[in-house]
Design a protein around this ligand. Sequence first.
Ligand code: COI
Length: 355
Amino acid sequence: MSKEASLKGFGGFGEASDIIDLNWENIGFGLVPTDYMYIMKSSEDGTFAKGELQRFGPIELNPASGVLNYGQGLFEGLKAYRKEDGSILLFRPEENALRMRMGAERMCMPAPTIEQFMDAVKLTVLANKRWVPPIGKGSLYIRPLLMGSGAVLGVAPAPEYTFLIFVSPVGNYFKEGLAPINLIVENDFHRATPGGTGGVKNIGNYASVLKAQKLAKEKGYSDVLYLDSVHKKYLEEVSSCNIFVVKDKIISTPATRGTILPGITRKSIIDVARGLGYQVEERLVSVEELVDANEVFCTGTAVVVSPVGSVTYLGNRSDEDNADINWDDLGFGLVPTDYMYVMKCSEADTFSFGE
Ligand code: COI
């Protein structure tokens, strides 16, 4: 489908440059229904053609569809930002197109070509242009889905696939905003296992974290950090993002060996840090390394770069030595602390015996 052809069918939306009137200060990461979504179905030979924009809303699915019955589905996440001149920027969309193709191969699904993916993303963003937040107030989150929409009964690849894109304006992913988040290391539940689908953006990877995430949130943690399922010792990722550990200016992150999502923000951070002269290691990172890390942070499209304030592992919280005060309301008034240092000048004008 050519871009021009689709634009003709929806004349006018491309000019909707006024920004929608929303409370942009408190947008968070919940779905805000927008104007249009994009849908493209595969034909019998497994190729995609004739995608189109439709009004955003419910879709019809066969109850026997592969995605509903056997979880044959992938998703992507990318963002569009508004620039000062009113134009809109997409962050590395070809990377998402490529990753969807890699995931589709693992999940036995045909996928749109990179060009089809890119055209569809641009078309959908353009159609929903008025939902792209003002500068500094967030971004338009773009959610491409690829699913087995054809009917199956026995376990088999679906006979038909649907590629769909919807969008929603978003702000901060974590309720903490830009403040550090508190993670708990999960010892019983695992996100992925070698040979499984942890390394692709399979929808089931995210359903499987819900239980651990629910328990963690009930205990007041922001999210869960998973360990590898074989040794129960090496860091994998957080429910929705990758993890980095910094020690003595060396930045380390778990290597992607099939159980960790190859995040696009992860890749960007590695490239930028190396470009700035930092040593970045992609390797097995043991959970013990968290204890004496200088810094820990998470990366992802949704979470962007989120600082980690504490990590709790086997009941030990990394910041538990911190005083118990209301850190959220800390202004610039004197807070009496534990110790001060004093050294007096002797008659001979020398300083000695400070304490
Ligand atoms: C993304 O960062 O796009 C993700 O996939 C996270 C999502 C699970 C909220």
